[in-house]
Design a protein around this ligand. Structure first.
Ligand code: ZN
Ligand code: FE
Length: 282
């Protein structure tokens, strides 16, 4: 039996999935690299840069079998042409609604597909807001060494925060985050950036009395001091500490009300107020 998130503080140091490792790129991107049990085939998520992926594949002796793309931003797709040239047989999965070139299989909400070379099936979840083409990939499990569900959510849900709303509306982003929040509590949340420390600094401004959040801030500082990624997190941890998944929490509503100068009408208005606050938060 799993205790509710409020019964104890979910630990910020989440044991990562054994088949998934980060390939750091640029200043703060993570390109997630999956490998099969025999360590022969690989898949990568959001390869913004080919060079670090090619180096990681070469050093592990892996062949690229598949690529997952969550949305069109260059820091997520910039490496595609070079990876396709190096591995012409790799299958690139991405959003149906995307203008990105070089996507072989274009998926929409409700679609599901098996990942080449892996014991895994991904459900496609449309999550517009950060961009209009943004999708997430959700697997009930990957292989059978670890039975936890896995979510690749790009720049929509971050550890302790969420992406900026560049192309969509606050209503779209609220609905998209709601779709992700409805996934199982033990889902491993693999987002595409290491933004956790600054996200949590903001979260604490929104909810200074959230004990789970204070504990997460402490644990996150320890992880970062040791050079350890704070990703993956879990949905339980996000629901307990991420203000953008807590638009129905009293303290988050109150914080939004203070910013707005009136009582927010609904969760969308709470989300919009908190997101606007974060956009200007330093
Ligand atoms: Zn982005
Ligand atoms: Fe990004």
């Amino acid at each position: 039996m799993n205790p509710p998130a409020t019964a104890g503080v979910p630990h910020a140091s989440v044991p990562p999935h054994p088949a998934i490792v980060p390939v750091p790129a640029f200043a703060d991107n993570y390109i997630w690299l999956l490998s099969d049990r025999e360590r022969r085939r690989a898949a990568v998520v959001d390869p913004g840069d080919a060079a670090p992926v090619l180096a990681a594949l070469a050093s592990a002796g892996l062949t690229l079998a598949a690529v997952l793309v969550t949305h069109h931003h260059a820091d997520h797709v910039g490496g595609l042409p070079e990876l396709r040239a190096a591995f012409p047989d790799a299958v690139v999965h991405g959003p149906a609604a995307s203008r990105v070139e070089g996507i072989d299989r274009r998926w929409r909400a409700g679609d599901a597909f098996g990942l080449e070379g892996f014991d895994a099936r991904f459900d496609v979840i449309e999550i517009p807001g950060h961009t209009l083409d943004h999708i997430a990939f959700f697997a009930r499990r990957i292989g059978d060494d670890d039975l936890r569900p896995v979510l690749f959510c790009g720049d929509t849900l971050f550890a302790g925060g969420c992406g900026r709303v560049f192309e969509g509306t606050a209503a779209q982003m609220t609905a998209s985050l709601g779709r992700l929040a409805a996934l199982p509590h033990d889902t491993l949340v693999y987002c595409a950036h290491e933004y956790t420390t600054s996200n949590l600094r903001f979260a604490l401004a929104v909810e200074p009395d959230n004990a789970a959040l204070s504990e997460r801030v402490r644990q996150t500082a320890e992880l970062r001091a040791a050079g350890t990624p704070t990703v993956p997190s879990t949905l339980a941890l996000e629901r307990a500490t991420n203000p953008f998944l807590r638009t129905d929490a009293d303290d988050v509503r109150r914080a939004a009300q203070t910013r707005l100068g009136h009582a927010p009408a609904d969760p969308v208005e709470v989300f919009a107020a908190v997101r606007a606050w974060k956009d200007g938060f330093r």
